[in-house]
Design a protein around this ligand. Structure first.
Ligand code: FES
Ligand SMILES: [Fe+2]
Length: 371
């Protein structure tokens, strides 16, 4: 009988990991980066699943994704991270334009076929679409459109993108656990009193009266929650409003979205958005790329700007601390899951988002040795 839960071996097995990279990480739309990071003449090296890509915007501003391999003799074009200017191969300096077509070739008389029809030598390209600022890539040739894939999350990402300004804080860190362990940890608040007793529990802002956040399962793959902000905190922002100004999308709760498989977007009241990308680096390790993105404030005074800087700075320190606590507990889960033989026990209500994720995973990826 098949189960809707992920068996423990699927979190530690290298064959399962390979199958995922060639399976769900090819079929799904993967979050790759933000349009606002690709402004001007620039490009970015990103690894998605087992594929290295180069991300850039074409002249019309549309994001495009290319295999990070030179058409000439297959050198890797760029290292992971951001780069200025056109894509230029480090080996013989072929330069590619924004559509991945060779733009200049040293000693071009030796390559008459490239000079005659450069578009025949364009870089291999992948499906690439954006929802607002959020760029997604699908490695498989065929599949649903991004809009169909994202379902109700498409509107959320578009709405969140209005007024997104600049990346204020960014880090990449390795967690010693399978990516599914890391995602599942992000999908439940049950561990918070135990793991984050010294951090989260002391933070202002979350309503204590309404213990239960609201869960939303509109889409088969994705989920989100909303947790009301407490009344004092909302009132505090109201009092500061004349100084800090207004921001484009204001809500009075904390929101946490998981977009299957590799993206979470969270925000408290909409004055900044925390964007995390989860990259499975091996069966038992995950690289997390975390960004805090600020929004545009209208009509802020100098004093108001200072206040927001403090709020942001506190937020950064808090994020790092929480991240370290989560990373440490995920490594312990990994140590256990390696030896576990029975299915996990999932709580009703509090762990519904974990269950939803496991069902989405089981639907997307066959499990080794299971019917
Ligand atoms: S391999 Fe890229 S220019 Fe030669
Ligand atoms: Fe946590």
């Amino acid at each position: 009988m098949s189960t809707q839960q992920i068996p423990p071996r699927a979190y530690a097995d290298s064959v399962q990991h390979e199958n995922e990279l060639n399976g769900l990480f090819r079929q799904s739309w993967l979050f790759a980066g933000l349009k606002l990071e690709l402004q001007g003449n620039s490009h970015q090296g990103v690894r998605l699943g087992n594929t290295e890509i180069v991300l850039q915007c074409d002249e019309a501003g549309k994001p495009r994704a290319f295999l990070n391999v030179c058409s000439h003799r297959h050198a890797r074009l760029c290292e992971p991270g951001k780069h200025r200017g056109f894509v230029r191969c480090p080996y013989h300096s072929w330069v590619y334009d924004k559509c991945g077509v060779p733009l200049s070739v040293p000693q071009k008389q030796a390559f008459p076929q490239v000079v005659a029809q450069p578009e025949n030598f364009r870089l291999q390209e992948f499906a690439c679409e954006a929802a607002g600022e959020f760029i997604f890539v699908r490695l498989a040739q065929d599949g649903p459109s991004l809009r169909d894939y994202l379902g109700s999350q498409y509107d959320f990402l578009e709405h969140a993108s209005v007024g997104l300004d600049a990346v204020q804080d960014e880090f990449r860190e390795e967690v010693g656990a399978n990516w599914k362990v890391v995602i599942e940890n992000a999908l439940e608040g049950y561990h918070v009193p135990s793991v984050h007793s010294g951090t989260f529990m002391e933070v202002d802002g979350m309503s204590r009266e309404k213990e239960a956040p609201r869960f939303f399962f509109d889409d088969a793959r994705h989920s989100h929650l909303e947790h009301d902000a407490n009344a004092d905190w909302v009132a505090r922002f109201k009092r500061m409003e004349s100084k800090i100004g207004s921001w484009p999308w204001r809500f009075e709760h904390y929101t946490h979205h998981h977009i299957f498989p590799n993206l979470t977007v969270t925000s408290f009241m909409g004055y900044s958005f925390h964007v995390q990308r989860f990259d499975p680096t091996s069966a038992e390790s995950t690289t997390v790329h975390s960004r805090t993105v600020g929004v545009k404030f209208e009509g802020a005074t100098e004093a108001g700007k200072k206040m927001m800087e403090h709020i942001y700075a506190d937020g950064h320190a808090f994020t790092k601390k929480v991240f370290a606590e989560d990373g440490a507990i995920c490594a312990k889960v990994q140590a256990g899951v390696r030896q576990a033989t029975k299915l996990a026990v999932l709580g009703e209500g509090i762990e519904d988002r974990v269950r939803h994720f496991q069902q989405a995973y089981v639907a997307a990826q066959p499990i080794e040795g299971q019917e």
